[in-house]
Design a protein around this ligand. Structure first.
Ligand code: BDP
Length: 713
């Protein structure tokens, strides 16, 4: 064969193999894959999605909805729906009360507000109705989700409206494109090339968020730089806002409290100084000229070294209200973070936010939301709910969760966070009957004045978006729970897996079950029984419960576990820091006694002797070791279960998940061994009978270093 005929043969072979390659998936499509249907399903879809009928002169939002429906139907059936004029059999009709003929107008639309939608199917016509074009967009995505999870198009009957107003991602993205606590590559915002170059990915980002109902995004890190408020950066943010707007997504910015001072445009950053207030008013006007629907500011002040109003002996309310006044004429809001703790403050770190913010209840301007992390320390694998929930009845509180897994194994470990978010949302605050965190966040106390939920994004420029396939589910669950904080993480796991991996009945059950077990496994091999913050210094990778010498007490894991010869755990009862007193009496009472404290939080609230008898019949020491062993066994089981799913998952994604599970098994073992070795060195007790000794010496684990761990500045 000549070289040319060899070349031709190779090209032909490749062409024949192309469909196989085309089927290989890299995760970029997220849950919006719209893969081909077959047989009766395809036929039904063709019958019921033949034409799309939209209001005349569709707005950008309606055009986005139509584009998505076309993409979805074409992907699933191979055929592009036609543009129709009237509602005939086989049509999907999108409309608002103004555009829908009375016969097609569903009842009860009034109750669905600005973003809700109705989908119904009658006499072979599907109607997607809403009061606004944004609602139509959400309805279109909901229809695609319904068929994507296996519902027949003529069975879709849905009515939904978001329970929270602000459903917002917080990007901790820096202006140099690094991402604080980011494990998915560099920032998706190509700041340098903006505003001239608008990456096509921004549009896919908008689609993915809109499909979940996320309607806001804070573009930059809470540890903000002054430059974000200079003209060139406002222009970059405006370019992003233009791309995101049709998808109902508003842009917000994190701001540094001392910006005008640092830009040398004022002589102080004192919030009560007239020149400072005037500067911020002018800045807000400038931003709104470029971004008319700008959402507002997110502020981290007087926390971890960030500047703030307390630098001038002013309160958080003084600071927040000054910014709020600048934004109010434009309809903007301030999201003021309650994540504060101070170097000089010797009080239990878990108490400091409540101490500082509790007394400010009722003192914030109407367009301020106080953004509170789910727990009182910091995004741990498990924490009790934050005591501020329910304790600031006259202040809108926004819940902040972390989607990126700073403390739960980065993007390597499988940990589905839906159950973590749900656990917080379903926690009963005890301040009034049925007053869960979800109800507080929905505005049950503050009269629904302003409501919202924020998630620290796990998105980067990685092809998978989130650094791993399963981490996409955490973005998904956040969005769905922000739409409905009383939703079920189990249901969202199934929805996500059905759209992302497979609808094959047994396989789908297995994947969802794996997801539901995964977070508890992480808790067990990292921080069982209420332990917390015993991760490596700074980067938070791996175990380091022995760290004791850092400058500030609360930087040291020993501060949190307080293990000594006598026992282990943080006494937060009246005999200790009394952090419990910050909770409503019923909650405080239950957790004051170790016997009535759920074992999941035992060592969060109590310091107990190593031989404390656990309900299992084991001593605390034996139970601790057993939990570490359980965690490792659970991850091994996840790996085995995933291996069995190979026939149902495309080869590339299956292998990519499998690799990560191998790493997770190894790292779970490392966590277990290092923690058992360390706590044994402290307790001085022999390993419980039948226990595997740690693979290495304690010195070995203590000597490990990770200078280039990702996500840490
Ligand atoms: C901690 C992170 C740190 C963030 C801080 C915050 O380690 O990188 O800046 O929270 O939320 O979890 O401000």
């Amino acid at each position: 064969m000549s070289i040319w005929s060899k070349w031709l043969a190779a090209v032909l072979a490749l062409a024949l193999l192309a469909p196989a390659y085309a089927r290989e998936e890299d995760g970029y499509d997220l849950w919006l894959r719209y893969r081909p249907l077959a047989g009766a399903e395809r036929a039904a879809m063709l019958r019921h999605a033949r034409e799309l009928v939209a209001p005349a002169a569709p707005s950008p939002a309606v055009q986005a909805a139509l584009a998505e429906l076309r993409r979805g139907v074409q992907g699933m059936t191979g055929r592009l729906p036609l543009d129709g004029k009237q509602a005939k059999a086989g049509a999907i009709v999108l409309g608002t009360p103004a555009s829908l003929p009375p016969s097609l107008r569903p009842t009860g639309l009034e109750q669905l507000g600005d973003e809700g939608y109705v989908i119904r199917h009658r006499a072979s016509v599907t109607v997607i109705a809403a009061n606004t074009d944004a609602g139509l967009l959400y309805g279109a995505f909901a229809w695609l989700r319904a068929v994507g999870t296996g519902l027949a198009p003529d069975r879709i009957d849905e009515r939904s409206a978001p329970k929270l107003q602000r459903r917002v991602l917080n990007h901790w993205d820096n202006l140099d494109r690094t991402v604080e606590r980011g494990y998915a590559g560099e920032s998706i915002w190509d700041w340098w090339a903006l505003p001239g170059v608008r990456d096509a990915r921004y549009l896919d980002y908008a689609r993915a968020n809109a499909s979940l109902g996320i309607n806001g995004t804070v573009l930059n890190n809470v540890n903000a730089k002054p430059e974000i408020l200079t003209a060139p950066w406002i222009a970059k943010a405006a370019a992003l806002a233009d791309v995101l707007r049709p998808y109902g997504i508003r842009v917000y910015l994190s701001v540094r409290f001392s910006t005008p001072l640092e830009l040398r445009e004022t002589a102080t950053a004192d919030p009560l100084a007239p020149e400072v207030a005037a500067w911020w008013r002018g800045k807000a006007d400038e931003i709104y000229r470029a971004i008319p629907d700008f959402g507002g500011f997110l502020v981290k002040a007087n926390s971890e070294g960030q500047p703030g109003p307390q630098d001038y002996r002013r309160s958080h309310a003084d600071g927040a209200n000054m910014l709020a006044a600048a934004l109010a004429p434009h309809g903007g809001i301030v999201m003021w973070r309650a994540f504060v703790y101070a170097a000089e403050n010797p009080v239990d770190r878990a108490k400091q936010a409540y101490d500082e913010f509790g007394p400010l209840d009722g003192k914030f301007a109407p367009n301020v939301l106080v953004q509170v992390k789910n727990g009182p320390i910091d995004f741990q694998p498990r924490e009790p709910f934050h005591p501020l929930f329910g304790a600031m009845p006259r202040t809108p509180l926004m819940l902040e969760v972390q989607i990126t897994k700073e403390y739960l194994g980065y993007a390597t470990h499988l940990a589905y966070l839906g159950p973590l978010f749900e656990e917080t949302l379903q926690s009963d605050t005890g301040h009034a009957p049925g007053l869960t965190v979800a109800r507080v966040v929905q505005g049950a106390q503050a009269g629904g004045r302003a409501t919202g939920m924020a998630g620290v994004a796990n998105i980067g420029s990685s092809r998978t978006w989130t650094g791993s396939h399963f981490d996409q589910a955490n973005w998904y669950a956040f969005g769905r729970l922000a739409w409905d904080p009383r939703g079920s993480s189990r249901a969202f796991a199934r929805e996500w897996a059905a759209q992302t991996f497979t609808r094959a009945p047994g396989a789908l059950d297995d994947i969802a079950a794996m997801m539901m077990d995964s977070r508890e496994a992480v808790v067990n091999y990292m921080t069982p029984l209420g332990l917390h913050h015993i991760m490596g210094t700074g980067h938070h990778h791996g175990p380091a419960p022995w760290v004791a010498g850092l400058a500030r007490p609360e930087w040291n894991p020993v501060y949190y576990h307080k293990a000594d010869r006598g026992g282990i755990g943080f006494d937060r009862t009246a005999s200790g820091s009394d952090a419990l007193a910050q909770y409503a009496p019923a909650i405080a009472r239950r957790h004051a006694d170790p016997a009535t404290t759920p074992d999941t939080l035992l060592l969060w609230f109590h310091h107990l002797p190593w031989d404390y008898p656990m309900p299992s019949g084991r001593t605390l020491w034996a139970e601790l070791v057993a939990r570490y062993d359980l965690g490792v066994a659970q991850v091994r089981a996840l790996r085995t279960r995933w291996a069995a799913l190979a026939p149902f998952i495309d080869a590339r994604r299956h292998a990519e998940v499998a690799q990560r599970l191998d790493v997770q098994v190894a790292e779970a073992g490392w966590w277990r061994d290092a923690c058992v070795a360390y706590f044994q060195s402290v307790s001085g007790l022999p390993l419980p009978a039948g226990t595997q000794p740690p693979a290495q010496t304690l010195e070995y684990y203590r000597a490990l270093r990770f200078p280039y761990a990702p996500g840490h500045g």
